[in-house]
Structure formats: C-alpha cells, structure tokens
Design a binder for this molecule. Sequence first.
Ligand SMILES: [Mg+2]
Length: 309
Amino acid sequence: MRREVEDNSDAMDMDARSGQNQDQQQSAIATAGLITQTDASGRSMARSDGSSAITPDEMLRSARMSDRIALEHARNAQLQANQEAVSNSSCCGFCMSCLDICCCLGPSRKPQGPTLLPPQLPAMKGRKCLVLDLDETLVHSSFAPVPNPDYVLPVEIEGNVHHVYVLKRPGTDEFLQRLGKLYEIVVFTASLAKYASPLLDLLDSHNVIEHRLFREACTNHQGNYVKDLSLLGRDVKSTIIVDNSPASYLFHPENAIAVSSFIDDMSDRELYYALPFLEELASAHDMTARLRTYPQFIADQAALNKDAF
Ligand SMILES: [Mg+2]
C-alpha cells in the first residue's frame, strides 16, 4: 500500500507543479486516504522487496487532505466530548481552546457521554475486551494487484470503482476463531468503513467480531488517530489492544500488545506466537504485569519455533 500511496504522492506533486490534471490529483488524494496505514514504531517501514515506504507524516498528510471532512467531524465530536467532560470536572479551563485532549482530564478520564460501544451482551459478561487493529495487524491491503490475494474488494471512490487487493496475515483465521471463544472482540481501525466493513464481512468467517469501530471513532491527537480505550464503555483494566502502531494506543500503552507490521511476508508467524499468550491472558488477574512480558515471550517463541514452520 505504501508504494502505491507513494506513487500517488509523486503524482500529486507532479500535478501540483504542472497545475494540470486536477481530477487525477483528487483521485490520488482520495485513494491515499481510504486506508490508514500507520508505521509500526515511528520508523519507516519497507516491503519485503526492499522498496521504500511512505513515512507516517506523509501518510497522515495524505489522509488529512483526502478526508478533511471526516477528520473535522471527528475533531468536533472530540471537542464536544471534551467540553462535556470538562463541564463535569475541576478543569483549569485554559485548555478549552485546544482541540486536543484536555490536560486536566488525562488518559484516565471517564467518558461522560455515550460510549463508543453499546452495553456488553450477556454472553460476553466476564470476558476481557480484546481490541484488534486491522491494517498491518490482521491484513495488508493494496490498490496494486498482488499475487494470490485472499480478497479483492471493489471500493467506490468519487464515482470510480477501485479494487483493493487484500492479503491475510498468516494465522488470522485461527487467531480470530480461538480468541473469539475467550474475549469480547472489537476491531478498531483508523481506516474508512467503506473499505473496512466489507472486508470484515469476509474476514469474520466465524462470526466472532462483536463490534467494529472505524476512523470516526478515533481521537485526533496531534495528527494521530488514537484509539482511546477509555471511551469504549468497558473496564480499561480488562481491555487489551493489539496494534502495529504505537500511536494508536498512545493513551494506554500499558494495555497494548505491540505486534510487528505485516506487509507481504507470508512466513510471518507473530499471530501464531501471540495466540497462546492471549489465551493465557484471558484469565490472568494481573493483566498489565503479564502484558509487559510480551516482547520477551514473542522473542522466545520465535527462537523456539524457527524450524517448526
Ligand atoms: Mg495498523
């Protein structure tokens, strides 16, 4: 996806210089903003073929340009939520002019208005909430054809139908099926619903994803789409987020499992390795202490299983 976006960015620059072909420029902008692909750890990612990757800042700039209206809605919603929360707190009042999170409330603030999720279903009572990212965590999607895609999705952008080629990360089906028996699963993506929702229809073959949250549910914080776990309407102490982008869990790093980014490496085994860890975590009492051991656990699993696949 990054190569395609990068190509689109190049096209945009050329169009801007020439002042011509505005339709193509707008199409490239819209295409670039459909799927949010965040960097894994602030570093530039590269495909396995060695091609260079668009930087997070470049991606965010494209996303902002292509989806200005949606972003503005998200900002307004966040501002309104902040204002409502501040009105019920002992806020200093000096941060009200800022669209960012109120400094007085902090990441541990309680949601004051409607939560992002409806009440937990009786069948889910007692389960921890497992929040899963989509792009580069469970799948990788591209506008350029790839060999043997798992899915090809038609997505309409500004009157034109584009095809999105999707590769599932190895182990995704088993990961969802097994963890769906233990957790309340929420897929929370910064991508747009017009792409992500039909993809999840296909991906959720075992019907284990209880809820779906898209870009508009993210909190815009200093240009990042942050997934604020405190707004879900679940006990944050019993909520885990699995995501390839640290910016996504900026407010709750202690709740995060930082997975590597999947692009097109079909020998990737991180979901297989993470599976027993998460199965054990489902009944763990001290969740955050256990989560801190994940990097070592995954390193040990990789070393143990290097010849097993
Ligand atoms: Mg991601």
